[in-house]
Design a protein around this ligand. Structure first.
Ligand code: FAD
Length: 545
């Protein structure tokens, strides 16, 4: 952990006994899942204590744009847009389990568990969002023009209109998370949620098979026992910042990503120690990241790869991917395994752009690599000619070889780069990317970023690179926003043991528990919308006891 927090202790459960403080509901973690859960529980009349490991509230959610994907939301209904549950479930099933998808099956090919979890999102996200808005904890505005990430597939019967954002977020929305955490925290203070920061929950307190509290430690080395009469709800985020868990559970060697630095998989250890079953450990919400910034606490990820006269090439100088894919999909491209060479040939791709993109697409928004003068440009590699640029890229790769297994440019890089640019220019002139289909879907256009106005052009995502320099480059790889595996819960947030029975008193919401989305990132806001739904359901179930 990169702040002065408490060190990790044992996760073995402690026995019951005296408590320093007892509440009805103890919420662990104060980010995107914990704050709504605490509020919903408080509004039901429960006495709520929220324990947060970091010195401040917010977690990863504070960095987020905080789009939240809410099927069949109130503004959609008001506008007469239909978003039927079965249609929603077909879309979800088609993307989460494409190999099992069957539109005729009663669960559309999902397991019973996945089907129930996805159904709970449709049932509960909108009522939860409305309640947060009514109580002024998360007032929103509707984004009718934002498409789902697969708006074009036939299963998407409500391709536009499911996204809400915090009402006062700026148009670019990069301050959405700060806005949301501010209003949620203010509501928590106003309505009497007791918040204790710098409290790292280390283990459960268990009495006669029931979770009755937690032990937390503070940076001064003290241990605090907090009892829970009804429930302990974990909302502690994923395991992005635990190198060992990432290396052993994720299906790909993803680099450290953008989650809060305090998200170290604590709940994986704590829940395993009481017999919870783990699911979906092999997937993460993924994002391309600038290689040299991976691991830095201010990392935000490249949500949109800006620039039209811009392309990605591999170490041989060839183009291998549609650079404008949505971030979760683009990030997968880095981890193609070459079974002949015994390597990940795309582990690091090189983004290359010219002066035109530098002049018209520079911005400090969300992890953009083309930045304006005055911004941190330590990742930018420069060359007056392509020849010079190739030399500078080779030198930069050498300087980070300890992180890439010694990856180097191939001898034919420069020659291939020239022919790759010639081909890209041909396609850009036509406005049709016959090789990788860049710019062909609505979301790729939405995330295009600022480009020079060229009236009448067919494809705003592409433009030929200039024949002369200067040229620019940066090294890109794949990282996580956060992971999405952990203990399996039922649709009401109850953590399940090895035979699928709830562990009494133990709940989980958000990225610390198993997402039923499997590999899919259905749409912008598809982490936080479902999280709000499950926060509401878990608080309701915990209240009932
Ligand atoms: C740059 C960026 C932009 C994003 N934009 C969006 C978006 O627009 N829409 C969307 O849906 N998603 C977005 N996401 C993802 C979204 O932020 C996360 O999915 C969401 O925050 C998850 O909520 P959470 O509560 O599970 O985890 P977090 O928000 O990370 O909260 C977890 C909290 O638990 C605390 N914690 C950890 N361990 C302990 C412990 N042992 N004891 C006590 N506390 C603990 C952490 O300190 C942290 O505060 C974005 C992510 C990033 C990085």
């Amino acid at each position: 952990m990169n702040n002065a927090g408490a060190a990790r202790g044992t996760a073995r459960p402690a026995a019951g006994g005296e408590f320093d403080r007892e509440a009805d509901v103890v919420v662990v973690g104060g980010g995107g899942a914990g704050l709504p859960t605490a509020l919903f529980a408080r509004w039901l009349g429960d006495d709520v204590v929220l324990l947060e490991k970091a010195p401040e509230l917010g977690g990863t959610a504070k960095k987020a744009a905080f789009w939240y994907w809410v099927p069949n939301n109130e503004p959609m209904r008001a506008a007469g847009l239909t978003d039927e549950k079965d249609d929603f479930l077909r879309y979800v099933a088609r993307l989460s389990r494409p190999t099992r998808y069957d539109p005729q099956s009663p669960t559309f090919g999902l397991t019973e568990w996945e089907y129930a979890m996805a159904g709970a999102i449709h049932d509960s996200a909108s009522p939860a969002a409305e309640l947060l808005a009514e109580r002024d904890a998360l007032p929103y505005r509707h984004c009718p023009a934002v498409p789902d990430y697969w708006a074009e597939i036939p299963e998407d019967k409500a391709p536009y209109g499911r996204v809400l954002v915090p009402r006062d977020a700026s148009e670019s929305m990069s301050d959405g998370g700060e806005n949301a955490i501010r209003t949620l925290s203010a509501a928590a203070a106003r309505d009497g949620v007791e918040v204790r920061t710098s409290h790292r929950v280390q283990r459960l307190i268990v009495d006669a098979g029931r979770v009755v509290g937690v032990e937390a430690s503070t940076p001064d080395g003290r241990s605090h026992r907090v009892g829970a009469r009804k429930a302990v709800v974990f909302a502690t985020g994923g395991f992005t910042h635990d190198d060992e868990l990432r290396a052993n559970f994720l299906g790909v060697p993803a680099y450290r990503g953008c989650a809060a630095a305090t998200n170290e998989g604590d709940f994986v250890r704590i829940a395993s120690a009481v017999g919870a079953q783990l699911r979906n450990m092999n997937y993460a919400w993924m994002c391309p990241v600038p290689l040299e910034r991976s691991g830095r606490p201010d990392l935000v990820g490249m949500f949109s790869v800006a620039g039209d006269s811009m392309l990605f090439v591999d170490k041989t100088g060839r183009r291998v991917v549609n650079e404008k894919l949505p971030y979760n999909e683009l990030a997968q491209a880095f981890f193609r395994w070459d079974g002949t060479a015994g390597e990940y040939p795309n582990l690091v791709l090189v983004q290359i752009w010219d002066q035109r993109s530098q002049d018209h697409s520079a911005s400090t928004e969300y992890g953009r690599l083309i930045v304006p003068p005055g911004a941190d440009d330590s990742h930018v590699i420069r060359g007056a000619t392509l020849d010079e640029l190739a030399g500078a890229i080779a030198a930069r790769l050498e300087s980070v070889s300890d992180r890439t297994g010694g990856l180097r440019l191939a001898p034919e890089f420069l020659e291939n780069l020239r022919s790759t640019i010639t081909r890209f220019d041909e396609l850009a002139t036509k406005g049709v990317d016959e090789d990788f289909h860049r710019g062909e879907t609505a979301v790729q256009q939405l995330f295009n970023g600022p480009v020079k106005d060229e009236p009448g052009r067919v494809n705003p995502t592409m433009w030929p690179l200039a024949e002369t320099g200067p040229y620019y480059a940066a090294l890109v790889t794949g990282g996580t926003l956060d992971t999405k595996g952990g203990p399996r819960t039922d649709p009401d947030g109850r953590v399940l043991d090895d035979v699928g029975e709830p562990i009494p008193g133990l709940y989980g919401v958000g990225n610390c528990v198993a997402s039923a989305s499997a590999q899919a990132y259905w749409a912008g806001g598809a982490t936080l919308g479902p999280i709000i739904a499950f926060a509401h359901r878990a608080a309701t179930a915990a209240h009932a006891g």
